[in-house]
Design a protein around this ligand. Sequence first.
Ligand code: SAH
Ligand code: SF4
Length: 377
Amino acid sequence: MTTTPNSEKTNLLNLSLPGLKDFFADLGEKPFRAIQVLKWIHQYGTEDFDDMSNVSKSLREKLKEIAVIASPEVLSQQISKDGTIKWALKLESGQAIETVFIPEKNRGTLCISSQIGCVVDCTFCSTGAQGFSRNLQLSEIIGQVWHAMKYFGSAKVTGNRTISNVVFMGMGEPLLNFEPVVAAMNLLLDDNAYGLSKRRVTLSTSGILPALDKLLDYTDVALAVSLHAPNDELRNELVPINKKYPIKMLLNSIKRYLERSNAARKVTVEYVLIDGVNDTTDHAHELVKILSGIPNKINLIPFNPFPGSSYKTSSQKAIKAFEQIVQSSGMIVTTRKTRGEDIDAACGQLAGRVNDRTRRMERKEKNSIKINTILDN
Ligand code: SAH
Ligand code: SF4
């Protein structure tokens, strides 16, 4: 018997539920097979077709011949003093991505990546500084959740849902990798896969408006928006995509999303506080003004420094004063505690393993071509 090499087999971790149904239909199998196999893969973390005990022996043999369940490999695992865990995962392409688990009192949040690098190139973000390399495939996005779930043990087996929330706040701009990100979110929400509530899956975006405007046609999740500045002049500088999609357009798009979404009643507004750049009391007043009329929660994030950045974290005094102004306007505001700092797992510190300066600069050049293309279109 000749065996098919793994590289030519279909990776079932790369298939959404509709994709898996098509796959089984092509084999002449009924749609319920897709549900059975989906459960084995995503609820139990099964990699071996022989473990799928409710699948007939002949079908298992067929699957072994034509399919694999292949996820990124764990390169390293670091556990912070505060319990935060950071995994570096190695992709088939040889590149690495990072995934972070943040335990809190009443929940456990997994922060996942959607791209290697990022073309948006926000001035305060180490992922942006790395340039853009490529989009992640579905298997590489959902593979991050799959690994973490296997590490803690399947909720079906342990009875504990250790990962209660998933946020797309790792490396990359999720709305610039639309299809695989939507497929991953739908697997997170599917009761036959991870079964998370739609309020507990959060997409964070810098504001890619055409993609945001069509998101609810495909899925429904909670929304976080990286605002970081209360006026266009400053936001153009910090979040360059603002030149194409300025604040007013962004706020209108958010309003439309909130009107139609069942998952998001409020938008989470992310605001990185950078010393002397966007953290004055005037900025705080301006922020309150532009957000009035939009149901929101404001998440202040003290800037996390990274090598090569000249920005500094705001002083405690400035953070408190900013928080106070927003709070006294009646808006809900939280200041994010930095987690996993000792293992470089804090927001904006995720940059994969590619630290070689020359390669970073090469990618940065390519990146500037791509961002210009986005801005020109
Ligand atoms: N691209 C998406 C999601 C990934 S970034 C977005 O921008 O929303 C996730 C969050 O980390 C964003 O709010 C981003 O602004 C924040 N972040 C990036 N760099 C940071 C840094 N150096 N310090 C603190 N937060 C940072
Ligand atoms: Fe990209 Fe988000 Fe970083 Fe901006 S903050 S460069 S959009 S990952």
